[in-house]
Ligand binder design. Structure first.
Ligand code: GLU
Length: 614
C-alpha cells in the first residue's frame, strides 16, 4: 500500500510525480501530496486528503514548476488522514521535506527530545520527527546526505524515507530501514527517479537499483551513490529490467515464491496500516461494522479454510479464545460443509481464503449462512466471491500472489485474524483497554522483525543444502505453534515433493516416535512461550533416539543450541505473535530445498493457485 516517488532531471517534476503516484495507486492510500523545488529556491508543497484526483485538481492552474521533487501516497498509521497530516512533511523552517512509508517505533521518545530542543510540530504523524532531526543536522553544519543519515540512524522500525531540502538543490536522499517498504532507484539519461516499486519508474527507464534494508542513496541527475547507514560505500551495478510484464512483476527475484516471501514485512505493514491507531490504541477495521445486537449474541467462533488457510484458521482459533474470549474451533471447510454442523445465529463463521474463490470454503460459508450464522471473510482478492458472501471482510493487503504456494498471504492472514480478535474484544468489551493496548502495541514492531528474518535467506539456504537429500521430515510444534508445524510440513510437500508430516509434539510418543532415526530429520518449533519446557522434553526424547534436530528457537537460547543439531534463531516477540515469525524460516527452508532438487517452485506439479473444484 501507499508509495513514495522522487524525481531529479530536466523534466518538469510535478507531472512526473503525479504520474508516478498514479502508477503506485494499486497499493491503496488515504491521502497524497507532492513538493517541488521552485526556481526561486523555495519548496512548494501541495497535499490533499482523499483520492489522487483531489491532488491533481489542487495542482490545476498553478502547478509548481521545477525539476526536483518528491511525492507520496499515505496510509495513515499515526494521525488521521487529513490535508495537514498528508506528506510531504516539513521541519520548522520549511526547508526540509520528507515523505515516508512505515512506522517509526520510537517516534514518541524522539518527538519529546525534539520538543525539548524547541522544535514545533505541525502534524500528528510519526514522520515529522525525521524532518526535525534532519533540521538539527543541517543546523550543525551537515549537508543533507549526512544530516539524513544521522537522522534515520536514530529511527527504529521498518521504514522507507525520501528527503529533499532547499539547502541541497542537487538531488534527493533516500533510505530504506529494515525490509518493509521497497526503495528502487531508476537511472535515466540525465535524470534519476526513486520509487517504492517498479511501475512508477518504467516509463522513464529500465535500469534500476534496488536498495536493501539499512542502505541509503544520494540521488542526483547524474547518478546515484549508495552507502550503508554507517557510511560505508556500497558498489552495486544497476540491473536492466526486461520488458516482460511478468519479469517486471518479479523484480530482482528468481521466483515469485522468493519475491513473495521477501515481501512479507511490507505486506504485514500494509495489512496493519490504518487499522491500528497506535495513538489511541484502538483497532479500526474499515469493513467490519457488526451491529451491536449481533456482537452481543455471539457465543462462539468457527473458522474454516483449506490448506494453508486452514492452518491460518487454526492459529486464529487461539486468537479468538485468548484475545476475544470466545470459544472457537477451526475446521477444514470441506469437512464442515458436509457434516450438518451445529451452528446458528450465535456463531461467527470466519472463512479464510486467499483467493476468495475456494470452492469448499464458499460452500462452507453458504452452509453457515443457511443456518443463520454471521459471516466474516479474510481474503486477499478484492471483490471476490467470499468477500461478497460475507457480512464483513478484512482484506490481507498483499497485492497479487503469483506463486502457487501461499506465503505472504499466510502471514498477513494471521495478522488479520489477530486484528479481528482484538476488534471483537474491543467491540464486546471483553478486554480492558490496557490489555488491548498491550496486545496492539507490539504489532508496530512486527514488520521490522519479519525483515530481520527475511534478511537471513542465506542461512536458510545453507541449512537446506544440508538436508535436501532426505526423503521424509517430521515437523513438531505445540499450542499456537502446532499449526505452524503443519504449515511448515505442507510447504515442503508442496514445493519439493518430499514427504513431511506435522504433529503436535505431545502426540509424538503415541506413534510418530517410532519413525525417528538418522534418516528422519525433525524440524521443531521451540520458541520461548509457556510450553517451552514441555517442548524441550519432547526434543530430548528425539535426541535420545538419535534423531537429527533442526530447532527454531528464540535468539540467544543456549539450551536449544546445545540440544539441537542446527538452530534457526527467531526474534523475541509476544507468544501470540510468534507464529507470524516462525512461519518464515520454514517457508525459506522449503523453497531452498525445492530449488536444490530442481523443482518448479512457482508452479508445483498437480497444484493450482485457486481451487475452484471439489
Ligand atoms: N507512519 C506514517 C504516517 O502515518 C506513514 C504511513 C505510510 O506508510 O503511508 O503518516
Amino acid at each position: 500500500m501507499c508509495g513514495i516517488i522522487g524525481y531529479v532531471g530536466d523534466r518538469e517534476a510535478a507531472p512526473v510525480l503525479l504520474e508516478g503516484l498514479r502508477r503506485l495507486e494499486y497499493r491503496g492510500y488515504d491521502s497524497a501530496g507532492l513538493a517541488v523545488l521552485e526556481e526561486d529556491g523555495s519548496l512548494c508543497v501541495h497535499k490533499r486528503a482523499g483520492k489522487l484526483d483531489e491532488l491533481a485538481r489542487a495542482l490545476q492552474g498553478a502547478p509548481p514548476r521545477g525539476n526536483l521533487g518528491i511525492g507520496h501516497t499515505r496510509w495513515a498509521t499515526h494521525g488521521r488522514p487529513t490535508d495537514a497530516n498528508a506528506h510531504p512533511v516539513a521541519d520548522c523552517s520549511g526547508r526540509v521535506l520528507v515523505v515516508h512509508n512505515g512506522i517509526i517505533e520510537n517516534y514518541r521518545t524522539l518527538k519529546e527530545w525534539l520538543q525539548g530542543r524547541g522544535h514545533r510540530f505541525a502534524t500528528e504523524t510519526d514522520t515529522e520527527v525525521i524532518a526535525h532531526l534532519v533540521e538539527e543536522g543541517l543546523a550543525n553544519g551537515q549537508a543533507l546526505p549526512e544530516a539524513t543519515r544521522a537522522a534515520v540512524s536514530r529511527l527504529q522500525g521498518a521504514n522507507a524515507v525520501l528527503v529533499v531540502s532547499s539547502q541541497w538543490p542537487q538531488g534527493l536522499v533516500a533510505a530504506r530501514l529494515g525490509n518493509a517498504g521497497g526503495v528502487v532507484v531508476g537511472l535515466g539519461q540525465g535524470e534519476c527517479l526513486v520509487a517504492s516499486d517498479l511501475p512508477a519508474l518504467l516509463p522513464y527507464t529500465r535500469r534500476v537499483i534496488f536498495l536493501s534494508g539499512g542502505e541509503m542513496a544520494q540521488v542526483s541527475r547524474d547518478g546515484v551513490c549508495i552507502y550503508t547507514l554507517s557510511g560505508q560505500p556500497v558498489s552495486r551495478q544497476p540491473v536492466e529490467v526486461p520488458y516482460d510484464p511478468l519479469s517486471v512483476a518479479k523484480g530482482p527475484y528468481k521466483h515469485f515464491m522468493l519475491k513473495e516471501m521477501m515481501e512479507q514485512p511490507e505486506c504485514v505493514l500494509d495489512t496493519l496500516r490504518g487499522r491500528v491507531d497506535f495513538e489511541s490504541m484502538r483497532v479500526e477495521l474499515e469493513d467490519v461494522d457488526l451491529p451491536r445486537e449481533v456482537l452481543s449474541r455471539l457465543r462462539r467462533v468457527v473458522l474454516v479454510g483449506m490448506g494453508t488457510s486452514y492452518h491460518a484458521a487454526l492459529v486464529g482459533r487461539h486468537y479468538m479464545e485468548t484475545i476475544a474470549r470466545l470459544p472457537a474451533e477451526a475446521e477444514n471447510a470441506s469437512e464442515f460443509r458436509y457434516r450438518d454442523p451445529l451452528v446458528g445465529p450465535d456463531t461467527l463463521v470466519v472463512a479464510v481464503t486467499q483467493s476468495g474463490e475456494t470452492v469448499d470454503t464458499l460452500a462452507a460459508m453458504e452452509e453457515a449462512r443457511s443456518k443463520g450464522c454471521t459471516l466474516a471473510a479474510v481474503c486477499n482478492v478484492i471483490g471476490s466471491q467470499a468477500s461478497r458472501l460475507a457480512d464483513c471482510v478484512v482484506y490481507t493487503r498483499c497485492g497479487l500472489e503469483v506463486g502457487v504456494c501461499s506465503t505472504k498471504t499466510f502471514t498477513a492472514s494471521l495478522v488479520v485474524l489477530y486484528l479481528l480478535a482484538c476488534y471483537l474484544a474491543q467491540a464486546r468489551g471483553t478486554q480492558p483497554p490496557e490489555v488491548l493496548a498491550g496486545l496492539l502495541s507490539p504489532l508496530a514492531r512486527l514488520p521490522y522483525l519479519l525483515g530481520e528474518l527475511t534478511e537471513r535467506a542465506e542461512e536458510y539456504e545453507r541449512l537446506a543444502h544440508l538436508f535436501y537429500r532426505f526423503g521424509n521430515f517430521l515437523y513438531l510444534g505445540r499450542g499456537i505453534q502446532y499449526p505452524i508445524a503443519l504449515e511448515g510440513a505442507l510447504k515442503l510437500k508442496e514445493v519439493s515433493y518430499i514427504h513431511a508430516e506435522g504433529y503436535p509434539a505431545g502426540e509424538m510418543k503415541h506413534g510418530p516416535i517410532a519413525l525417528i532415526d538418522q534418516d528422519m530429520p525433525v524440524v521443531a518449533i521451540a520458541v520461548r512461550d509457556h510450553l517451552y519446557d514441555k517442548m524441550r522434553n519432547n526434543l530430548e526424547q528425539v535426541k535420545a533416539r538419535e534423531g537429527r534436530l533442526i530447532v527454531l528457537a528464540s535468539e540467544g537460547d543456549e539450551e536449544m543450541a546445545r540440544l539441537a543439531d542446527h538452530v534457526v534463531g527467531v526474534p523475541e516477540a509476544p507468544p501470540l505473535l510468534l507464529p507470524v515469525l516462525t512461519a518464515v524460516p520454514l517457508q525459506f527452508f522449503a523453497y531452498y530445498i525445492a530449488l536444490r532438487r530442481g523443482c518448479d517452485v512457482d508452479q508445483p506439479r498437480n497444484l493450482a493457485k485457486t481451487v475452484t473444484v471439489e
